[in-house]
Design a protein. Structure first.
Length: 210
């Protein structure tokens, strides 16, 4: 899946509206990121902006996403990140606007790598401060909420990052719904550690090559 296809899937799933949100993939020279302010329907295979992580543009006729600093900071600090999805999904953003992360109300919270999905404090979009705050919230995690902003998820590929962003939004929707009923019961540390360990062997075994 390419950047343009990923952005169209994000729009079709209702994870971001208009030109909000951005995605990127790691490259040998840095990263390739979606351009700033272009509707997903107008993106094509050559719309990506190839950049070094210091912000210098290598290839592309469009301006890179204003959030390039956040993407670059993550790639520099997280060798496990092969792709990043940032979106303004409804329920995740609602929680972020309350400065509220997602605690261990459901075992699937562990899909982001820990016993919670943190929410960073607010910082101006596109700023180095936001990049630093996102990195802190992502410590030992693969996703976080961004205060008064949205969410960000990383993965080994665009498919994996998008799948995680979709899961984060579903968890946010479930948590918001649970809060409307009452205060959700939270799973304790031991139970969440057991879930995280189980996730390490969950799914289909990898095929053996050769």
């Amino acid at each position: 899946m390419g950047l343009a296809d990923c952005m169209r899937r994000i729009a079709a799933a209702g994870l971001s509206a208009g030109t909000s949100g951005n995605v990127s993939v790691r490259t040998g020279t840095g990263m390739c990121i979606t351009p700033s302010g272009v509707e997903p329907a107008l993106l094509h295979a050559d719309s990506g902006v190839a950049m070094r992580l210091d912000g210098s543009v290598l290839e592309g006729s469009l301006e890179p996403s204003s959030e390039w600093r956040m993407h670059a900071a993550i790639y520099a600090a997280r060798p496990d990140a092969g792709a990043i999805v940032h979106c303004h999904s409804r329920h995740a953003t609602a929680l972020a606007c309350c400065g509220r992360g997602i605690p261990a109300f459901h075992y699937m919270v562990a899909v982001a790598g820990g016993d919670s999905i943190r929410c960073s404090p607010y910082a101006m979009f596109g700023s180095a401060e936001l990049a630093a705050l996102a990195l802190t919230a992502l410590e030992d995690r693969r996703a976080c909420l961004l205060g008064n902003h949205g969410q960000i998820a990383l993965g080994g590929s665009l498919d994996a990052a998008l799948a995680l962003a979709t899961e984060v939004e579903e968890l946010a929707a479930q948590y918001v719904t649970a809060l409307s009923v009452g205060e959700p019961l939270l799973l304790d540390d031991a139970r969440m550690r057991a879930v995280i360990e189980r996730f390490g062997t969950y799914g289909q075994p990898r095929p053996v090559s050769g």
